[in-house]
Ligand binder design. Sequence first.
Ligand code: PLP
Length: 403
Amino acid sequence: MIKRSERLNNVSYDLCGPLYERAKELEKQGHKVTKLNIGNPAPFGFQAPHEVVQHVIRNLTHAQGYSDHKGLVSAREAVKHHYAAKGISRISADDIFLGNGLSELIMHAVEALLNDGDEVLIPSPDYPLWTAAVRFAGGKAVHYTCDEESDWNPDVQDIRNKLTSRTKALVLINPNNPTGAVYAKELLQELVQLAEEHNLVIFSDEIYDKILYDDTEFTSVATLSDTVLFVTFSGLSKNYLAAGFRAGWMLVSGAKLKAKDYLDGLNTLASLRVCSNVPAQFAIEAALEGQQSIRELTKPTGRLGQQRAICYEKLTAIPGITCVKPKGAFYMFPKLDTAKFDVKNDQQFALDLLSEQHVLLVPGSGFNYQHQDHFRVVYLPEPVELSDTLDRVQVFLQTYQQL
Ligand code: PLP
């Protein structure tokens, strides 16, 4: 019997877990399954900017060799200019690492920091890679509450209550997946102060920072201080609709002087995997230097703006469902009234929905949410398909009522 490493105990990623495997079986049996398990824009007809794709094609012949392990200097310069324009000071291309999606960089950032038993404060609900990465690195994921009653904003007092002498870092996912919350500057300032007091690294996952609705302002937390170490993550998967390119970056800024050893560790991990996919690195410079923006899509008349409106109206029209309207990203995280619906185990709930209506959704527990009464909707399908899918969810819910 060949057994997996014990480091994988308690490591999971439910977006592609057993429910997803079941969906693939149903497809093999000839059923059409609406797969809303993951935020992958291309299968729903979204296209990366033409100029980005063309730049990659033009540069394919120059992309045959390895690049520097941190990435092409031209692409890292583009990332540097992008953040300097936002107001992050004293950064150079050397502070930037390119990765095969930001998933790889999340693993590196966490693995380079943690010793066994070190703690990282992670939002609940979270994008589950963060919890998985911390556990895989031997750390302890300590979940802090994001409060649905307060538009899913982090509960700062809960964060303070959960600090210990082992706490090394605070993870922010802003705009948030799965809730769509976008954090105000004042809240971020409070969190920076807390990180300063307790010498925490701030990991800020900002992969949706351009997907904003209703004139919502976005603040990149690393613009707020020079005395905290920030690692800011983003990439092309969402803002530039190019998830398949696997192109992401992280920027280390702020209190770099006291983090020299950690930076050396990041450098070692980057070099162990030689470099990230080089054609996709060309996409990064074209995206950041190009003119095209996802902003058109998020306006009320744009495709994402319309789909958000449909999704919110349809969900909240179902008796027993409430939902905070997202300010960013392309997800909703509605709540089921358990006095009305018979949901004791949200994985079972999602499995029953999949079996009966062939709609694949990830339940709240897949996002390390402690209650069994939420699920996430990815509102990427075009309006007709989205409407039809939510109608099927509504039909299913009628069979799931408390007696
Ligand atoms: N972080 C968040 C919050 C995400 O939602 C995702 C993907 O859904 C990722 C990271 C991973 O992104 P990438 O495709 O760049 O690996």
